[in-house]
Design a binder for this molecule. Structure first.
Ligand code: SF4
Length: 350
């Protein structure tokens, strides 16, 4: 049984004072911890990384300089459920519900609130917008977690969207692979398969710690990959969870081994109530630099910040290009020293 309040959780885990003092008021989102996640938490360790991701503390109740909507999604909402912030892609909030609520959730203004599932008129309105905006090439199906919808609702969602625009790449964004891997039944996979025509689906996962990739989660991801849906991981850099080179190296290699491309490593957004989970950018850059030495190019995620006030995504990395001097680029090696690379003076092609 999933746990949704401190009294129930206190019977399973010896709660710390900070955990006991959490209040759902203020910039906080509800507590919900699924069975699979509970089974992954080391109950004896108050600093267990997975516990930090899902068990709330009173640190969430501290108001700070942050915002409840740092990416300005509300300002960029074109329908009740569709956010169109970048020219070529959009995000559709199909539900506010998840199988478990991550304490670092950047969309906590919406997640776990009473808006619930997308209604049929809201879905039709979004489909109309997509038909009228051919510049949109990709749509993120998100929320919330789309797989909290039942099979019939997912069938209708995918059917409506494919009928509106078969040429759009729909990204299936979910943490259910970790939180509720049993959700991916053969019936559900058959529904997804039925809609695999036109542009491909992409599976967007969020695994933040290597321990999250247990046998059940790996099996759930495999069901998508075996069907021809590529899987990508978008991890979030979190203090006390994965702000460690060894942990992230293990995570990346384990993801790749299980056919999931490590795609992003996100710097935490400036969201109210999440400051205690955010890693400093200085430390993040040090981790990125070391990871780059240890991982292959394909195993290396892009350390990325989504700039406040909807400024867009920027890749964060060591500055390797030092400058151009007398026709020679000075470039720092990730291993040692620097190298010269000549600027091409003129084309040899006629
Ligand atoms: S699964 Fe995604 S939307 Fe849900 S709480 Fe976690 S980060 Fe937020």
């Amino acid at each position: 049984m999933a746990v949704s309040n401190l009294d129930e959780l206190g019977k399973i885990i010896n709660l710390t004072e900070d955990e006991k003092a959490w209040s759902e008021k203020g910039p906080s989102l509800s507590m919900l911890i699924s069975d699979n996640i509970l089974s992954l938490i080391d109950k004896r360790d108050p600093k267990d990384p997975i516990r930090r991701e899902f068990v709330p503390t009173c640190n969430e109740n501290i108001a700070s300089e942050e915002s409840i909507d740092p990416l300005e999604e509300v300002a960029n909402s074109k329908t009740n459920r569709l956010i169109h912030r970048y020219n070529n892609r959009a995000a559709l909030l199909v539900t506010s519900r998840c199988f478990a609520y991550c304490r670092h959730c950047f969309r906590r203004r919406f997640t776990s609130n009473d808006d619930g599932k997308i209604t049929e008129p809201e879905l039709m309105e979004a489909a109309k917008y997509l038909r009228e905006h051919e510049e949109i090439k990709e749509v993120l199906l998100t929320g919330g977690d789309m797989f909290t919808l039942n099979d019939g609702e997912i069938d209708m969602l995918l059917g409506t969207l494919k009928a509106a625009r078969e040429d759009i790449i729909y990204r299936l964004c979910t943490r259910a692979l970790l939180a509720s891997p049993e959700r991916f039944t053969s019936e559900l996979m058959a529904i997804i398969k039925k809609h695999m025509h036109g542009a491909p689906f992409l599976l967007m996962c969020q695994f933040n710690h290597p321990r999250e990739l247990n046998d059940k989660a790996i099996k759930a991801v495999s069901a998508f990959v075996d069907m021809g849906i590529p899987a990508f991981n978008q991890a979030v850099l979190l203090e006390g969870v994965n702000d460690d080179v060894d942990v992230l190296e293990e995570l990346s290699n384990k993801l790749l081994y299980n056919r999931i491309k490590p795609y992003y490593l996100f710097q935490g957004d400036l969201v109210d109530g999440t400051k205690h989970l955010r890693c400093s950018l200085k430390k993040g850059l040090e981790i990125e630099k070391e990871l780059r030495k240890r991982l292959s190019g394909i195993a290396m995620p892009q350390y990325t910040i989504d700039l406040p006030q909807g400024g867009g995504k920027v890749i964060l990395t060591e500055n390797y290009v030092l400058g151009l001097e007398n026709g020679m680029w000075k470039i720092k090696s990730p291993f040692q020293g620097k190298r010269d690379y000549p600027e091409k003076s003129e084309s040899v092609n006629q």
